[in-house]
Design a binder for this molecule. Sequence first.
Ligand code: GLN
Length: 297
Amino acid sequence: MPNLPPPANATLAQILTWAEFELAALHLQSPRLDAEVLLVHSLGLNRAGLYARLHTVLSPSQIAVFQQLLHRRLQHEPVQYITGVQEFWSLEFTLTPAVLIPRPETELVVETVLRLLSQIPNPKSQIRVLDVGTGSGCIAIALATELPTAEIWATDISAEALAVAEANAQRHQVHHRIRFLQGSVFAPLANRSQGFDVIVSNPPYIARDDLLTLQPEVRDWEPRHALDGGNDGLDFYRQLLNEAPEHLTPNGWLVLEIGHGQEVVLMPMIKGHREFADDFRVSDYEGRGRVIAARKR
Ligand code: GLN
């Protein structure tokens, strides 16, 4: 609970200062930004509207609504679950705690896929892309908006997550071009595999023992099955590397987001794999390996 009651007859500026102080007392990373985002959300404003009204006095009921949101954030609930939205690839995604919050790093995965597909000069047939473990649908939907003629498939083990992904696909008017299938990794494709030009995934990749060391926002609020990569964090990579070739066209690419330092193990795994002929890695702006790609023979 907040330590101090909100000031009476507070203006927006005063309530922000108060909320920032409450959040900072818990050592949250961006107390001012969180306070602003929650206040904007609770008042149905945008940021510009907030700054235009900094000296307006809030009504008791407006304060009460804001206090409820602040209370949730003080329990370490991520801002994105409280507001129900997160931007990714300049698109707004609807979120629930059934799906992982899309991360900015994952845009590098989308970029890599687009770059690889742009290198196919005159595709003989319709391009097909599969997103494994689609969660909010962020990768599949970003790709669908960029590739108006591609056929996109997306799988997820969670029916609840797929409902969120489908709602997002509708919201961005690409639902007629994405086929959503429920099941683990490639299981839903049994007997209906199509030969994909690209298979992409941001799989769960946290080693099980490390789950407890994550910040509470992730550990206590994001879906465990979207994070847990087994004992060494690599279970899904092993499965993807072993099973993807069966679902890729010749020369098709497997594109994977990876966790910090995992390329050290994964690149040799790809190089030693007889079904893959070529590979590369992409670093993020901090120079850390973030995406790996392997081309089928
Ligand atoms: N594909 C989704 C994302 O990148 C979900 C990933 C996951 O749940 N591991 O956000």
